[in-house]
Design a protein around this ligand. Structure first.
Ligand SMILES: [Zn+2]
Length: 174
């Protein structure tokens, strides 16, 4: 679930890739032609896109201080196969990192991460701590301590669970 504004700049690509899978229902928008088109993905690139998605989710969880949700290929390993180029604007000499193979999703993701690291936004792309959610969201809280994709959905659910658990405890101890 997400009622937040999308992540800034190229990070929106990473966020939308992670959120192609709804962990709770298992619905995967990469199963649909429309979902693949949104990420310029071909069917041939599907398996590696799914692997990259879960490695990115684990990195987003790590940004929030959580362990990986499952065993994943280390993100660095996947990005090592994603070539980047330094492009230079001849008019003003400014330089930036760009995907060397834009057709390759991993290459576009690597460029987006490099841009986010420079902008100081990478560590704020997090994944929700609710085990049934793990949705990626951009943490805009001033202290950078957000925990849920949405306070009104997962935050409220977590509070409700704690409330029920403590109500049960007090019943059991009677
Ligand atoms: Zn959530």
């Amino acid at each position: 679930m997400n009622d937040r504004a999308p992540a800034p700049g190229g990070l929106a690509l990473v966020e939308s890739l992670v959120n192609t899978l709804d962990i709770e229902t298992g619905a995967d928008s990469l199963d649909t032609a429309e979902g693949r088109a949104a990420l310029d993905l071909t069917e041939a690139g599907l398996a590696s896109a799914r692997e990259l998605r879960e490695s990115l989710r684990a990195a987003c969880l790590a940004h929030a201080g959580h362990p990986p949700h499952r065993t994943v290929t280390p993100l660095g390993e996947l990005l090592a196969q994603a070539p980047l180029l330094i492009t230079v604007d001849e008019r003003d000499g400014s330089a930036s990192l760009a995907p060397a193979r834009p057709a390759l999703l991993a290459s576009r993701v690597a460029a987006a991460i490099a841009e986010a690291v420079t902008a100081g936004t990478w560590l704020r792309l997090k994944a929700c701590e609710a085990p049934t959610c793990r949705w990626a969201y951009y943490d805009r809280s001033p202290a950078g301590r957000g925990r849920w994709c949405s306070m009104s959905v997962c935050g409220a659910r977590a509070k409700m669970r704690r409330y029920r658990a403590s109500a049960k405890e007090s019943r059991d101890s009677r």
